[in-house]
Design a protein. Sequence first.
Length: 135
Amino acid sequence: DISKYMQKVAFSRGWYGDEPWGRWAEGKNQEITIFAKDSSGILSLWLHRFQKPIEVGIDINDKNMGHILVDSSTPEKFTFNLAGIENGGDIIRIKFRDKGNLVTPKEININQDTRPLGLAITKIVLNNQVIYGKQ
């Protein structure tokens, strides 16, 4: 019964672990899988960048949604209408193709963190319900 998985999020590929505010992407290709009772409607992602602007290609259930420019160091809302997207049953699969601009905090003397950072996610909302992150 898929309802027990209703609106759960799996950071399937290319993400570091959770931090109090959200997650950093690891590398240049990421994937998030959402198990949702309804895979239609409006999907909003709150994204930000570490140091430099990042151009990111987005696919949702294998449909190319184009590119977005993540150019803010604070979370910025990006919204996608899921109408007309191939319905994956109870699954929404989001793929990110990050164009780079990764920098380590150590390289720019912020701290000793040696992870190459670029894209980050703080919140995911599906049809006005927060399914990842804080209200």
